[in-house]
Design a protein around this ligand. Sequence first.
Ligand SMILES: [Zn+2]
Length: 335
Amino acid sequence: MTDLPDIAAVSAPLPWQAGDWSRLNEQLASGQLPHALLLTGTRHTGKSRLALALARLLLCAQPAAGLNCGKCHACQLSASGSHGDFQWLEPEGKSRVIKIDQVRKVVEFSNRTAGFGLRKVVVLSPAEDMTINAANALLKVLEEPPANSYFILVCHRLHGLPATVRSRCQILRLATPAPEQSLAWLDSSSGSRKDSERLLLLAGGRPLLAERLNGQEQADRLQLAQRAMAGLFSGKTGVSALAVALAEADLEDALVQLADGILSLLRGLSAERLATAQARAAFALVDEIGGIRRAISGGSNPNAQLMLESLLAKVQRVLGDGGLGGNIAVGQGGT
Ligand SMILES: [Zn+2]
């Protein structure tokens, strides 16, 4: 469970998920909870936390106040990751995909009788990282889920999943929290509103990324990228420092950061300079980055390294002469 913090006794949803959570509880109480649920929404806003809270609620022997109790034997086992009726699937090792063998194992698992006699729960995260064969293997079990088995798919890019899989799931679109909600939540880990604001800005408005950045080297990397962009846009440095800073990032994060940086540069310009051909070319670059992101979420799987290199070469051609200045503050755009 790489994206999750150490598991506390009770797994609660995040504050901005309260409405979705009470609806899930109502569905559960009335026997209407779907056996295949697809949680989707912006990256780093807490979808996996909600999946964990729901999985542990489903396994708990004595839920209290709509949450898992944290005290029963099932809760102790689900906290340590050793509950026999609970499987959490994600890409293993260095592979970036969920393989068919992993899915076959959980299909077999879901067909067995629950060891505790209650329910079996499988979480797949991120579900769009399944190979096509893995998705096909899962499809069969989603068509006729075994009794008392629940599949919770966590998905950043809805259209990265085959339509056949989507159509078998009830889709729950989780909202992106408002800045004020994110800041209030971040305050307890950052220690001050000022630090919360800095982290949230750096994370492009995504609170769970902001939390991870708190005191971590990823914050340094984002700051390096920010400085490299300022250097490039002011014509002082070439593109290589920026390439290095972005190469470590996930392609989607790198694209968001690049678009944020260019938009931030453009926001600082006077109306007169916004009318120049160079500024228009910069806007076109932002559109192009948006197009690439849509293509990725549409399921195309580009070669990340090549794509980023060609994009950066274009950024250098358009903005590398320093004509628009280097006045940027990355992270304001958000997603
Ligand atoms: Zn319990």
